[in-house]
Design a protein around this ligand. Structure first.
Ligand SMILES: O=P(O)(O)OC[C@@]1(O)O[C@H](CO)[C@@H](O)[C@@H]1O
Length: 398
C-alpha cells in the first residue's frame, strides 16, 4: 500500500513516515473512488452538457485510461504539462491505482477538464462541467430552510450564534457532491458525532486580526462558511477574512470564484437575517475586509507540507487558518495513514501558523483521537466511521 517514492513530512526520516494512501487494494475506499466514483462522474458530466463528438471521444479515452490503462502525460498543448511532469514524472506509465491517491485523484480532475475543453481556446473554454450540479444545490427547499433558520438564531447571544455558525460550517461539509456519488449515510448530525472537538480552542484564536478560510465545497457548504465569516466580521472577532477558493473546477463541488459569487448573490437575494448577512459581506468585499484568492496550490496534488512561500507567509501572518473539508485534511496530514491517536500537533508541525481543521470524515486518514474514542468507534462500526461522512471533527494545532 505505501508509495515508497513519496518524501516524508518535514523533519521526519523517510523510513519512519507513515505510508501514503494508494488505491490498489480492491474494495478499499480509495480503490472505490477510482474504480466507481470517477466512472460515475464521467457519466454524469457527459449527460449534463451537449458536448460534441471530440469531447465524447476524449471522455472515452479518459475513462479507459483511468480504469484499465496507465497514467498518460498531458497533451503538448497544455500550459501546465511540465508542471504536472515535475509533480509526478515517475507516475507516467503506471496504473492509476498504484500511484498516491492524492495525486491520481487530482490528476483525474485535471484530465476531465482537459477532455471537455475547459482549458483550450474555443467555445468551451472556462465552462465549468460541474456548475449545473453546484447551482442546483443553491435552489433547494433545504437551502431555503437553512437560510430561514438564521432568523431564529439572530436574537440569541453573540457567543451562542458563533458556536452555532461554527457547527453549521462544519456540518456543511457533508454537502459534497462527489461524496454523494457513493453510498453516503444521511444520518442527522449531532454533537455525539464529533470525534474531536477543539471548538473552544479555535474560538480563543479569534483575536481581532486576519482569518484565512480555505474553502471546500460550493453551494450548501460555502453558504454557512460565508455566514460564519460575516458573523466574525460583524462582531469584531476578526477584522479581515481571506477566502481561499480553487482556481478551476475540482473534486466536483469545490468552490471557485464564480461559485463564491453565486453564493453571495443567493445570500443577498434572501429575506431576513440571511439577506442582511449577504449585504454586509458584499460591502466587506468592496472595502477589502473580505478578499477572495484562488491560488494554483489549491488545485495542485501536493500536501500542505509543500506550501509555496507566498501562502506560507500569508498563513504565518494570519491569526488563524481554517481548513475546510476532507481533502484539505488529507493534504494537511500528507494523506498518510498515521495511527489515529497521533497528536494533531505532531502531524501538522510543518504548518506555518495556527491551523484549524473543520471536517466530516470521508476518507481513511485521521489523527488526534484519544484512544478511548477510537476504541468506541471501532467497537460500534469497525472502520466505517472513517469514510461514512457521519462523524466530524474540529481540531486545532500545531
Ligand atoms: O473535501 P471534501 O469535499 O470534504 O471531500 C472530498 C471527498 O468526497 O473526495 C475524496 C474522495 O474523492 C475524499 O477525500 C472525500 O470523500
Amino acid at each position: 500500500m505505501p508509495a515508497p517514492a513519496e518524501p516524508a513530512p518535514s523533519g521526519q526520516p523517510a523510513e519512519s513516515a507513515p505510508p501514503v494512501v494508494v488505491s490498489n487494494v480492491v474494495g478499499s475506499f480509495p480503490w472505490s473512488v477510482l474504480a466507481e466514483r470517477h466512472p460515475a462522474l464521467i457519466r454524469q458530466v457527459r449527460g449534463a452538457f451537449p458536448y460534441g463528438p471530440g469531447q465524447h471521444r476524449a471522455l472515452d479515452t479518459l475513462l479507459a485510461d483511468c480504469t484499465e490503462g496507465v497514467v498518460e502525460p498531458l497533451g503538448p498543448e497544455a500550459a501546465d504539462r511540465d508542471q504536472w511532469l515535475e509533480w509526478g514524472r515517475d507516475r507516467i506509465g503506471r496504473s492509476w491505482f498504484d500511484v498516491p491517491f492524492l495525486w491520481s485523484e487530482s490528476y483525474f480532475y485535471r484530465r476531465l477538464l482537459e477532455a471537455v475543453g475547459y482549458f483550450a481556446p474555443g467555445p468551451w473554454q472556462g465552462i465549468d462541467p460541474f456548475r449545473p450540479f453546484k447551482l442546483a444545490e443553491l435552489d433547494t427547499a433545504e437551502a431555503d430552510e437553512e437560510l430561514a433558520a438564521l432568523d431564529e438564531l439572530a436574537p440569541r447571544p453573540a457567543e451562542e450564534q458563533e458556536v452555532a455558525l461554527l457547527h453549521g460550517s462544519l456540518w456543511g461539509n457533508r454537502a459534497d457532491l462527489g461524496f454523494r456519488l457513493g453510498a453516503a449515510s444521511q444520518d442527522t448530525p449531532t454533537a455525539s458525532r464529533l470525534v474531536a472537538d477543539d471548538g473552544d480552542a479555535l474560538r480563543s484564536l479569534l483575536r481581532g486580526g486576519t482569518l484565512c478560510l480555505v474553502a471546500d465545497n460550493a453551494g450548501r457548504e460555502l453558504i454557512p462558511d460565508l455566514l460564519l465569516v460575516d458573523h466574525l466580521l460583524h462582531h469584531g472577532r476578526i477584522t479581515r477574512a481571506v477566502l481561499h477558493v480553487k482556481p478551476y473546477p475540482y473534486y466536483v463541488s469545490d468552490a471557485t470564484t464564480a461559485d463564491t459569487v453565486d453564493a453571495l448573490r443567493r445570500l443577498v437575494d434572501a429575506k431576513g437575517a440571511a439577506g442582511e448577512a449577504g449585504r454586509r459581506l458584499w460591502a466587506a468585499a468592496a472595502d477589502g475586509r473580505l478578499t477572495v484568492r484562488a491560488h494554483p496550490f489549491f488545485c495542485a496534488p501536493l500536501p500542505y507540507a509543500d506550501l509555496p512561500d507566498d501562502l506560507r507567509r500569508e498563513f504565518a501572518a494570519a491569526d488563524l487558518t481554517v481548513l475546510k473539508g476532507d481533502l484539505n485534511y488529507r493534504r494537511l496530514i500528507g494523506d498518510r495513514l498515521y495511527p489515529a491517536t497521533t497528536p494533531f500537533a505532531v502531524a501538522t508541525d510543518h504548518f506555518p501558523g495556527a491551523v484549524a481543521a473543520l471536517r466530516t470524515l470521508k476518507s481513511d486518514v485521521v489523527v488526534g483521537l484519544d484512544a478511548g474514542t477510537e476504541a468506541a468507534l471501532v467497537a460500534a462500526e469497525e472502520q466505517r466511521w472513517r469514510t461514512g461522512g457521519t462523524h466530524a471533527l474540529i481540531q486545532v494545532g500545531p
